[in-house]
Design a protein. Structure first.
Length: 285
């Protein structure tokens, strides 16, 4: 019995040694060039999207007088502009961080503690997590903002053909929804788009807190501008919501008005999509 067990133990030991050697050799693989290719694959399309966004950002600001007097069309035009600027800012951030990460990878090539890992994802999450998360989240966010902006633009440009404009807008928004669904089904880290953006936010806050000091005031400036802009955006959103709820235009919203608005919301949405009323407008110059 002992003679039979000893060879088996020897075989197991040999297999374990082989697996350990294979694991050790896998750890020694450098992914510097793969990392550079990864960041380049996002930097190039981000540059194209940023150029397209800023080129057409102000395309809807020139409008006929009847459109300017319409609160709904004005809100749509302003939302289009904000989405285009959000797309531009997000993709520019992707370009900047990608370029910085590429330089770091090229400077770290051959340094075993930085560029060598068992996989590209392992290297990214170990030594370049902020850059990896930031470029993915910022590029995805910018692309979504760009697609949604185009949906609003086609609704505005085809406003005289109301049914066609609604169809084009919903189909464009459907492509944005499919992008998110595909990303979430194929994502291998952070659990999809929302998890990726949440991780981006946590890492950004951590970076700002670590660098905030009187000697390094820019994190404080960034935090102040972000908080200030967010507060104004929330105030504008609340003002628009209250304006919609205040049906009698007396400057206050009663409980009856609020519940009535929510109750009638499905019917209002249906009438909005199926109404035959057209806005008679002159062609733009």
């Amino acid at each position: 019995m002992v003679v039979l067990v000893a060879p088996a133990l020897s075989t197991i030991s040999a297999v374990a040694s082989t697996a350990s050697a294979a694991a050790s050799s896998a750890v020694l693989k450098s992914f510097a060039s793969d990392g550079v290719n990864f960041f380049n694959s996002l930097r190039t399309p981000a540059a194209l999207v940023a150029a397209a966004a800023i080129k057409d950002a102000f395309a809807l600001q020139s409008a006929p007088d009847d459109v300017k007097k319409s609160r709904a069309w004005t809100a749509l035009r302003n939302m289009y502009l904000l989405l285009q600027l959000a797309c531009f800012s997000s993709t520019i951030l992707c370009i900047f961080i990608s370029t910085h990460a590429i330089v770091n990878l090229q400077c770290s090539a051959g340094v075993s503690g930085v560029t060598e890992a068992t996989s590209l994802i392992a290297m990214m999450r170990s030594h370049f997590e902020f850059e990896y998360v930031s470029v993915r989240a910022s590029f995805g966010t910018g692309l979504l903002a760009f697609v949604i902006a185009q949906a609003l633009r086609v609704r505005y440009e085809l406003r005289r053909a109301k049914e066609m404009s609604w169809a084009a807008m919903w189909l464009t928004l459907a492509s944005a929804a499919f992008m998110v669904a595909y990303n979430n089904s194929k994502s291998i880290t952070y659990g999809g788009y929302t998890g990726l953006v949440a991780r981006w936010g946590r890492l950004s806050v951590q970076l700002l807190l670590e660098r905030s000091s009187f000697a390094h005031p820019m994190p404080l400036v960034c935090a102040f501008l972000t908080a200030f802009g967010s507060a104004i955006a929330v105030r504008v959103a609340l003002r628009l919501a209250l304006d919609q709820l205040d049906e009698d235009k007396d400057g206050s919203v009663s409980w009856k008005e609020a519940t009535g608005f929510v109750t009638n919301l499905p019917g209002r949405a249906w009438r909005l999509m199926t109404s035959k009323d057209q806005i008679n407008q002159q062609p733009q110059a």
